[in-house]
Design a protein around this ligand. Structure first.
Ligand code: NA7
Length: 541
């Protein structure tokens, strides 16, 4: 039987499977590899037709990782990291997808993966102590453990604009982009949204389209990527020193090897402060926010960085009124900082128009285009760069039921509740990789994923060695963790804006800061401590 056809159709009688993994992105791929290495029988279900997760779905023009390629890669296998050649400082989506496929080939992962298979429910059968996983094709599979590797930004948010169905042209969501090239040449295009996906795609679409209308609700801060082909001498040096660089990265808050300053902006004379920002601006990338240690703790300190970037925007954008509209007024870094390639400059082009919908929201989508501010903008194509139902969206789309029929939707009705972002009380033997309550999106996802996978693999090994069959967080431990995550979040400026970290971009979603903001090293230390104490805070039986 072909590995891509229904190897999973066993309808409830397949007690041979130890683990079902949901998702074949970087998390699901490594989880499968790791469990196989330990001799567990695991199978991956994936809604897409191939591996890669985020990089499988986000194929919009300009899609690129904002973490440098030599760091946004697996480190679990030295031969892999030595043999793979990244071509650019920031890898573009096609290259990252090639990398994911290379890993799948190299470790022969596809034979235990079932593609084009969306999981619709996961129900814990208490009598048998097994999860029953149902897929959209109606097949049911059971396994002792269920591991959600469903990603943090994998459930696209398409706002319910009035008249959506009436539009006669083509429309796309950046997070669910077609596999074929979309040709914008000679077309009138609307982009709704100015987050990272828009910041990346707008310069490219503007270069092709006849006319581009950008509907901006909130302007965004972007620092230059200064992307370039990687210098072979640099790559050689990185490869020779990979273990040192990886170890250094693990000591930083984000798991990225940056030079984080421990100097405070407010204790630095203005000229020296500007010089530091300038140095980092010229270098490019997310390390801009590492310039001073108080940037995310004090409004006043943050204002110095924000002022600097606003000044740069004014230099780049020729029309001063337009520059003011593009210059964000909110806290820099509160929403995720974007890195750009010619974003602000794109607005100097005669074929690009910015429509500020901050005060008057988009009124409707019409047959011919977008209506806003009492005017109809006629277009051939609409690009919705409107983001994601982040962190919880993909999990809540699946009907997950634990002990006593407890539904995850019900448990999380006032916001996500997890222990370490990995497990939940009431849901035995269910794990989430980079779930809410873990550092995930505030860190370099690859080392974060590896840490979670290794930790979960450790749990399974521990249980097997002792003949244990069930693990579940104690309610009290979960309660304490949720409190700890919230308490840390409340101390930073990231708590102050309407970001997807807080779920504010989704109408009706509880306003809860979802990722763990205490930093990668502290989180890892806590996870290790818990494991060393025999999985403290978990009940095992
Ligand atoms: P983001 O960063 O959530 O951006 C979505 C954008 O869409 C943002 O500018 C939103 O404005 C805008 N938006 C959402 N709904 C609407 C409506 N109804 N009307 C107008 N504008 C709207 O998603 P991205 O895909 O760009 O990036 C997600 C992450 O991927 C990014 O942080 C990186 O980590 C990679 P708002 O700011 O809410 O006013």
């Amino acid at each position: 039987m072909n590995a891509q056809t229904n190897v999973g159709q066993q309808d409830g009688h397949d007690d041979i499977l130890d683990v079902v993994i949901v998702g074949a992105g970087f998390a699901g791929m490594y989880m499968l590899h790791r469990l196989r290495g330990l001799g567990f029988k695991a199978r991956v279900f994936e809604a897409g037709s191939g591996v890669g997760g985020t990089w499988y779905w986000n194929r919009y023009p300009g899609a690129r990782c904002d973490v440098e390629s030599v760091q946004y890669s697996y480190q679990f296998d030295d031969a892999l990291q030595q043999e793979w050649e990244w071509s650019e400082r920031y890898a573009a989506q096609p290259e990252i997808l090639r990398y994911a496929n290379h890993v799948a080939d190299r470790f022969d992962l596809r034979r235990d993966m079932q593609f084009n298979t969306r999981v619709i429910s996961a129900v814990f059968d208490e009598g048998r102590g097994r999860w029953v996983i149902e897929t959209r094709d109606g097949a049911r599979t059971t396994a002792r453990f269920c591991i959600m590797a469903t990603g943090c930004l994998s459930s696209p948010n398409l706002p319910k604009f009035e008249g959506m169905a009436s539009f006669k042209g083509d429309h796309y969501h950046t997070g669910h982009w077609p596999h074929e090239d979309v040709d914008f040449a000679g077309k009138r295009v609307a982009v709704i949204g100015t987050g990272s996906s828009a910041v990346q795609s707008i310069p490219i679409i503007a270069g092709q389209a006849k006319r581009l209308y950008v509907f901006q609700r909130t302007p965004n801060y972007a620092v230059p990527a200064h992307n370039a082909p990687l210098d072979p001498a640099y790559v050689k040096e990185v490869k020779a020193n990979y273990p040192v660089m990886r170890a250094r990265a693990k000591q930083t808050m984000t798991g990225i090897d940056f030079d984080y300053s421990d100097v405070k902006a407010l204790e630095t004379p203005p000229a020296a402060r500007t010089a530091e920002f300038e140095k980092r601006w010229q270098r490019g990338g997310l390390s801009f926010l590492g310039a001073f240690q108080d940037l995310m703790m004090s409004e006043e300190a943050n204002g110095t960085a924000a002022d600097f970037v606003r000044g740069k925007i004014r230099e780049k954008v020729e029309d001063p009124k337009l520059a003011e509209l593009l210059a964000p007024k909110n806290t820099i870094g509160c929403k995720r900082l974007c890195i750009d390639i010619g974003y602000y400059e794109t607005f100097n082009r005669p074929n690009v128009e910015l429509i500020d919908v901050s005060e008057d929201p988009v009124e409707a989508i019409t047959e011919k285009g977008v209506r806003a501010k009492g005017q109809e903008y006629e277009v051939d194509v609409i690009v919705f760069a409107t983001g994601f139902d982040a962190m919880t969206g993909a999990l809540l789309k699946i009907d997950i039921r634990g002990r006593d029929g407890l539904q995850l939707q019900q448990k999380w009705s006032e916001g996500p509740r997890t222990y370490l972002g990995i497990a939940m009380a009431g849901f035995p033997n269910l794990f989430s990789i980079t779930g809410p309550g873990s550092p995930s999106v505030l860190t370099n996802m690859l080392p974060t994923i590896e840490q979670h996978v290794d930790w979960i693999a450790g749990v399974l090994e521990h249980m097997r060695e002792r003949g244990l069959t069930a693990i579940e967080p104690e309610a009290r431990a979960e309660e304490d963790w949720v409190g700890h995550v919230g308490e840390l979040a409340g101390r930073t400026l990231r708590y102050t804006c309407s970001s997807w970290y807080l779920g504010v971009n989704i109408p009706g979603k509880p306003r809860v800061f979802m990722p763990y903001i205490g930093g990668f090293p502290r989180y890892v230390e806590r996870c290790s401590e818990i494991a060393d104490k025999g999985y403290e805070g978990f009940s095992l039986s």
